[in-house]
Design a protein around this ligand. Structure first.
Ligand SMILES: NC(=O)c1ccc[n+]([C@@H]2O[C@H](COP(=O)([O-])OP(=O)(O)OC[C@H]3O[C@@H](n4cnc5c(N)ncnc54)[C@H](OP(=O)(O)O)[C@@H]3O)[C@@H](O)[C@H]2O)c1
Length: 277
């Protein structure tokens, strides 16, 4: 029997991550997405149920989508927790939860039908926050939040994924696992500098360097790791919660760098689909 595949996506409650969750579900894959709070996870799950992206054929039989609440700003505390509050939905079961389960349990809570193997084949580190004030006005707590969510949690999730990905690979030869880290064009050293983005840019620059430096280590294990650096993604909370003046000047100054959550989700999906099988 062919193994079913599961993706884990952080930042899946909003913007790019949410579009990607929808794309993954419509492909027939199962998906575990992470949001910062029980409220955002449940709201997102209800939006996914309403959108009804599950394919209308027999492949949906084993498919499930699970929302997991982890506040990634609480790094490193969250890494010591064994289980997390979760809610789950599948086309054959109504919404269940809350229940607690390990993040890397990539099988459904209530399996239906004959036993089915699940493999962990995709991690997308998409959760991120931006900087809300000029750098000299940012507090130590602001700096820690940005670094903990954008960089430290991304590195921990990458590290923690290696064993379960290798185990999946051993049990099913079908998939070549891949990790995609979402950085930003602001992380490139030759980018035009924007005031009030130094801490954010530092976190994203580190994400790019971490990804490139880790690639040879993981490639020896048969795991691919990639980073993407989107420009300005219109229609995301990240852009819409900027002060109106900053939003206006950003959107006017950089029309060539503008993109959409759909386009970025498509790019991530094409990277996954180009993974050697
Ligand atoms: N928007 C842009 O112009 C742009 C450009 C380049 C790169 N990016 C990067 O793209 C990624 C996605 O951003 P987006 O534009 O889609 O922004 P968004 O709509 O604001 O989404 C941010 C996501 O991060 C999650 N998140 C924030 N704080 C968290 C925490 N403490 N714990 C767990 N999750 C947390 C949010 O979860 P909750 O909703 O549950 O809080 C949400 O799902 C980020 O890494 C961002 O840096 C964005």
């Amino acid at each position: 029997m062919q193994a079913a595949t599961t993706a884990i996506i952080t930042g899946g409650t909003s913007g790019i991550g949410h579009q990607l969750v929808r794309k993954v579900i419509s492909s027939g894959m199962s998906c575990i997405f992470v949001g910062s709070s029980p409220e955002s996870v449940q709201e997102s799950l209800h939006m996914l149920i309403a959108a009804n992206d599950f394919p209308k054929d027999s492949t949906t039989k084993h498919q499930f989508v699970r929302g997991v609440s982890i506040d990634l700003s609480n790094w490193p505390s969250w890494t010591a927790e064994q289980t997390f509050k979760s809610w789950e939905f599948s086309p054959t079961n109504c919404i269940i939860g809350p229940f607690t389960t390990p993040l890397f349990n990539v099988s459904p809570r209530n399996p239906c039908g004959p036993s089915q193997k699940y493999t962990y084949s995709l991690l997308v580190n998409c959760a991120g926050i931006t900087q809300k004030s000029l750098t000299h006005r940012s507090t130590t707590i602001d700096m820690a939040r940005i670094m903990n969510i954008n960089l430290m949690s991304l590195m921990s999730l990458t590290q923690l994924s290696v064993r379960p990905m290798l185990k999946s690979q051993r049990n099913s030869k079908a998939t070549s696992p891949i990790i995609v880290n979402v950085a930003s064009y602001l992380g490139h050293p030759d980018t035009h500098i924007l005031p009030g983005t130094a801490i954010y840019a530092a976190s994203k620059s580190a994400v790019l360097q971490y990804t490139y430096s880790l690639r040879p280590e993981l490639s020896r294990l048969g795991i691919r790791i990639e980073a993407i650096a989107p420009g300005i993604v219109r229609g995301t909370k990240m852009i819409e919660t900027l002060p109106p003046d900053s939003q206006k000047s950003l959107l006017h100054a950089k029309p060539h760098l503008q993109t959409t959550p759909h386009a970025v989700a498509d790019l991530i999906w094409s990277i996954y689909c180009s993974s050697p099988v």
